[in-house]
Unconditional design. Structure first.
Lengths: 529, 434
């Protein structure tokens, strides 16, 4: 087996061993673009920020485009994974670790020390990297840039440029192309441009990325946010209502029809970055059973945390007197307990058997949440919840889950843990959608009879760490809560075994012992036992 | 407790072991000289191409075996004494069995070419073959050119592998067109063109005469039989088929021909000794199948079946409708039922062939010329549903029915262009002109 590593920076797969002159040229252009950003970061005073910003963004984009074209258009259409495990950058080699450290540092500075990016404090003018982005921010919304604007811009460029690369990589695969165009569209429109334009139209409205859905946008229900929306009349009220409807009505319907992929690999911004810039790292996710166990505990704990945190957040600004506002603390907590009980009861009634011993864990989790909510309710004072100041829970969640888990680890660790660490181990939205996908959705990955050869390409390329092969080689459909429906397992399968589809619920989960193609009597004997 | 010993940890032996474990508490030992743990042989190519590492080709994690009480023994069996039910290992060790299963797979054919054992001349079958290849053909500086001999499935995989490392490949195919002993002409020729589009130097109607040495025991060049041309190369891939890997049985009482001879119960002539997978040879071929089936799927099916017999539910090996699949560089191939190439095609078998203008997709449907009953389909670049074709074959559907309902069998990913309408048009036109 080859253990040798090639220390090239190449991200593109076909050029396992050498990159062409054209690609070196493209890499050069992109690096100069990054170099301009680096200069700004180190506070070099660039004279004409608008020009240099345009240059930086333009060169990064053009560099990526030329590079991708040279990498893929010179070859026939097909799977382009040659050398993926030989390249230092994408197989945890020297460059992989280097990139991981750079990204992680960037996130730490972004979240906790934005002044080092040049964010002006207390109304001072921006300098450095943030200052460089002022012209663009002014162009879009008439205000100076913030560290979040810088991040949002770079994020969007990454999705667009690497999305283009991904489309070329899979130019034989229309599912991949359409899906990628979708994430590019939602990032550019919904996450980046629309909020800026909304600010121009009404600068009192809080920031709202319409495709962000609770529990991802828990801050939507923050007191200042709700007040901000409600003080803006009908449009604000409509937005708040949309936030609630999207969580409780739109999401379940779409997940029932299409699986959680409609969100995770078609709409979501985190997913968007993972599927484009993160694609070269997808094979790094662990497929071990032990990783799956950790995943199940971690993601559901985060979900419980986010439910309690959001409840506490809303609870903290509700009053006790129903004469002031019909939604009192008591009404709210009662309604929530009824709602959770309804969900738990329904699931147990219809799916209790199917869940087997997981039902026990579900029951424990449910009981735990109810107890915590009751404890909160009966120990609450005006500004203290759980005996601490009521904002504490929210800020703890914000720092540890919102910033460190989703940002620093989730993206910073792309080159180490793969491109979906956050989505797999942390995202509470993914947990809810996954729960529904596993129990109540038409989506599955169908296995094609007995055609599997256990090669492992599917498992290897699963960014969510699902051991797809374990199912395929048993002729069993893949129905897993974590599956984001990216479709790469199906794309890389050399024998045409896997197909993502929405079909009826009946027979969706079909464990088999004897695969199609063998003696029909034996199949009957064993499989229908 | 009864002791089941399985020689060979490939798909056949491992499937058998898993099923025996599910059905019983018997003691199970798997013997292998190749690797510590089961891996998917069909995935060896992806290791060389860098798509996966070796550990990714192992379908079960290493703890699996102990957890399921399947003992693994690494060692090479030198001989078998069936009278005292004992295996003798090359290192002098020995173990006894109550029931023995031979599942030792195949080895690459070598037809006595001069120089066939030189360093750099090899097949691609075992883990060791891959390790050797990594030494003699790691890149295009060490290996300036590679020559592949034999136009079959392993040959084209080998070509793809070498291509991934930019090593120029000359591909010698004895037949007049790639794999046309199996594929009908239209398909075979489409693959010829696809091979050439990958800049592989495909030489049809070409045989190997000899492999020349550089004087130090390494491959230097090859000579072509027909033209006498010498092609300088550092690697020669010998991929002219495989043959059962059973030389260690020659002094035993187990009856062999090319493979280990077995009846429909997969029993050899010796009681309590069975053979499955590539190394088993049916005394009488089953239907259109060959007596030796060196195919992943049949190995697995034999394992599934024999587990029943060993666990006291004696069962014949009774495979269902034939199916298979492969990938030729970028073009996937699946087959369901029987579609013959020129060679060996029965008189009653007629074909309908459709090819897409992009020259990477085509199908061939075989049917009975009198009854119009559907016999089988080859499909290239379009995925089809195994279950649907299995059902249609069982139901003896006609070719008309199959073509009119082809959409139902489509297994391509969502949003893919579909060609059923075009295929139906072509079918209707062809019938009118015929």
């Amino acid at each position: 087996m080859s253990n040798k590593l090639n220390h090239s920076m190449s991200l593109a797969s076909p050029d396992a061993f050498n990159i062409s002159t054209k690609q070196k040229f493209a890499l050069g252009i992109g690096l100069v673009g990054l170099f301009i950003l680096a200069l700004a970061l180190f506070n070099v005073n660039l004279p004409n920020t608008a020009l240099f910003l345009t240059l930086a963004i333009g060169m990064i984009t053009v560099g990526t485009i030329i590079y991708s074209r040279a990498a893929y258009l010179s070859k026939l259409e097909g799977i382009k994974n040659d050398g993926a495990w030989f390249k230092s950058l994408v197989s945890r080699g020297f460059w992989g670790w280097a990139l991981g450290i750079i990204l992680t540092s960037f996130y730490i500075i972004l979240y906790f020390y934005p002044q080092y990016l040049g964010l002006g404090k207390n109304g001072e003018a921006n300098t450095g990297l943030v200052g460089l982005f002022d012209p663009l921010s002014n162009l879009l919304s008439g205000r100076n840039a913030s560290q979040w604007f810088v991040y949002g811009t770079l994020y969007t460029i990454a999705i667009l440029a690497f999305g283009y690369k991904f489309i070329l990589k899979y130019r034989h695969n229309r599912y991949q192309q359409i899906r990628t165009i979708s994430v590019m569209f939602f990032q550019l429109g919904f996450a980046y441009l629309i909020p800026e334009f909304m600010y121009i139209m009404n600068n009192d409205l809080p920031y709202y990325d319409l495709k962000n859905i609770w529990p991802l946008n828990y801050y939507l229900f923050d007191e200042w946010s709700v007040k901000g929306f409600l003080s803006n009349g009908n449009i604000g009220l409509a937005l708040i209502l949309f936030g609630i409807v999207s969580t409780f009505i739109i999401t379940p319907i779409l997940t029932y029809k299409y699986g959680k992929r409609w969100y995770c690999s078609w709409v979501c911004g985190c997913g968007g970055l993972a599927e484009t810039a993160g694609d070269p790292f997808r094979h790094l996710s662990s497929k071990k059973l032990s990783a799956w166990k950790i995943e199940r505990w971690l993601i559901h704990l985060v979900l419980v945390f986010s439910v309690i945190m959001t409840t506490a957040m809303v609870y903290s600004y509700l009053g006790k007197d129903s004469n002031n506002f019909w939604l009192t603390r008591e009404v709210f907590i009662t309604a929530e307990i009824i709602f959770l009980t309804f969900i738990f009861g329904t699931v147990m009634f219809f799916k209790g058997k199917e869940l087997g011993k997981d039902a026990k864990y579900g029951a424990i989790g449910y009981a735990l949440v109810i107890i915590i909510l009751l404890v909160m309710h009966f120990t609450a004072t005006i500004d203290h919840l759980f005996y601490v100041k009521s904002g504490t829970l929210r800020s703890v969640y914000g720092i540890y889950i919102g910033s460190i888990f989703s940002g620093v680890i989730g993206t910073g660790f792309y080159p180490i843990l793969g491109n979906r660490t956050w989505c797999r181990f942390g995202c509470p939205m993914a947990a809810i959608l996954g729960f529904q996908q596993r129990l109540f959705s038409k989506f599955r990955i169908t296995t094609n009879g007995g055609q599997c050869i256990s090669c492992g390409n599917c498992s290897n390329s699963c960014e969510m760490g699902i051991d797809v092969r374990a199912y395929a080689q048993k002729g069993e459909n893949i129905v897993r809560s974590s599956c984001v429906g990216c479709g790469i397992c199906s794309a890389v399968c050399p024998r045409g075994v896997l197909k993502l589809e929405n079909d009826t619920m009946k027979g969706r989960i079909n464990p088999t012992e004897i695969l199609l193609g063998n003696d029909v009597d034996l199949m009957d004997l064993i499989n229908n036992k | 407790m009864e002791h089941i010993v399985i020689i060979g940890n490939g798909i056949s032996g491992v499937t058998l072991a898993r099923h025996v474990r599910k059905l019983s508490d018997k003691k199970i030992t798997i013997v292998s000289a190749e690797t510590d743990y089961f891996f998917s042989r069909t995935a060896l190519m992806y290791i060389y191409m860098g798509h996966m590492k070796f550990e990714h080709t192992q379908p079960y994690e290493n703890w699996f075996w102990e957890k399921n009480r399947i003992e693994l023994k690494k060692g090479y069996v030198n001989s078998i004494d069936t009278d005292i039910k004992t295996l003798h290992f090359a290192d002098g060790d020995q173990i006894t069995y109550d029931k023995l299963v031979i599942a030792t797979g195949s080895k690459p054919n070598k037809f006595g070419w001069p120089g066939q054992d030189l360093n750099g001349a090899q097949g691609l079958y075992s883990k060791q073959d891959l390790d050797n290849m990594e030494v003699v053909a790691p890149d295009n500086k060490v290996c300036k050119r590679a020559v592949i001999v034999g136009g079959g499935l392993i040959g084209i995989e080998l070509a793809e592998m070498l291509n991934s490392r930019d090593i120029p490949v000359t591909f010698l195919v004895r037949e007049s067109s790639f794999w046309n002993g199996v594929l009908p002409e239209g398909e075979s020729q489409m693959i010829n063109r696809h091979i050439k589009n990958h800049h592989i130097d495909l030489r049809l109607n070409t045989n190997l005469k000899a492999i020349n040495s550089d004087g130090n025991g390494n491959v230097k060049s090859i000579i072509i039989e027909e033209t006498g041309e010498e092609i300088a190369c550092n690697f020669v891939g010998l991929t002219a088929g495989v043959t059962p890997n059973i030389s260690f049985l020659k002094n035993s009482k187990i009856e062999t021909n090319k493979g280990v001879l077995v009846n429909r119960y997969l029993e050899t002539n010796i009681k309590d000794v069975y053979a499955i997978g590539d190394c088993a040879e049916q005394r009488k071929a089953i239907g259109n199948r060959r007596p030796i089936e060196a195919v992943w799927y049949t190995g697995r099916m034999m394992g599934e079946t024999l587990a029943q017999t060993i666990c006291d539910n004696k069962l014949q090996y009774k495979p269902g409708h034939w199916f298979n699949s492969a990938k030729f560089l970028d073009i996937e191939y699946q087959t369901y039922g029987w579609v013959f190439g020129e060679k060996g095609r029965p008189n009653h078998e007629k074909h309908f062939h459709w090819k897409h203008e992009d020259d990477t997709k085509c199908i061939t449907i075989a049917y009975h010329k009198d009854s119009n009953v559907f016999l089988g389909i080859n499909t290239f670049g379009i995925r089809m549903r195994h279950e649907t074709f299995d059902k249609w074959l069982t139901e003896n559907r006609t070719v008309d029915y199959v073509i009119n309902n082809l959409k139902e069998a489509n297994f391509d990913p969502e949003f893919y262009k579909q060609f059923e309408a075009k295929i139906l048009d072509a079918y209707n036109n062809q019938l009118q002109t015929a």
